[in-house]
Design a protein around this ligand. Structure first.
Ligand code: NI
Length: 143
């Protein structure tokens, strides 16, 4: 960060629990202050998604989703996305984490742009809390 950078203040609405968790991780990592932690988290987000966006060709990997199954319609929406993308999804696993939270792991293979589109559609669903996208084998290593 250079000193010539302009800083902008903005307000964000988020669940109290999410902020508590964020502050806890910030403390564990030894980051000084919430603003610095948010800057680092935003850079991490940008790097991750820029990298995904610049990827081309075929891949195999996984999409892991954490969701709140009590949000109306969420399970149907995910099932619909899975059916729409049967050519991309090699396997799917549903783990009930507790009374509300579920983890779904999708093993995916195919065109990276198609997988990215699926990832983004999942991320956009209300009730989906977290989506992690992992590329295990880029184009060159696929048969
Ligand atoms: Ni479940």
């Amino acid at each position: 960060m250079t000193e010539s950078e302009n800083f902008i203040r903005f307000s964000v609405s988020l669940p109290e629990d999410l902020l508590k968790e964020f502050d806890k991780v910030t403390e564990i990592l030894g980051i000084q202050g919430r603003s610095d932690a948010i800057r680092k988290a935003m850079r991490d987000f940008i790097v991750n998604y820029t990298w995904m966006h610049s990827s081309v060709g075929s891949m195999a990997g996984s999409i892991t989703i954490i969701l709140d199954h009590e949000i109306t319609g969420i399970m149907d929406e995910i099932t619909e996305l899975e059916h729409k993308n049967i050519n991309l999804i090699a396997s799917s696993m549903h783990v009930h984490l507790d009374e509300r939270e579920c983890m779904i792991v999708l093993a995916v293979r195919g065109n990276v742009k198609d997988v990215e589109k699926l990832n983004n559609e999942l991320l956009a669903l209300k009730g989906v809390k977290l989506v992690k996208y992992t590329i295990m084998t880029p184009e060159a290593e696929l048969p």
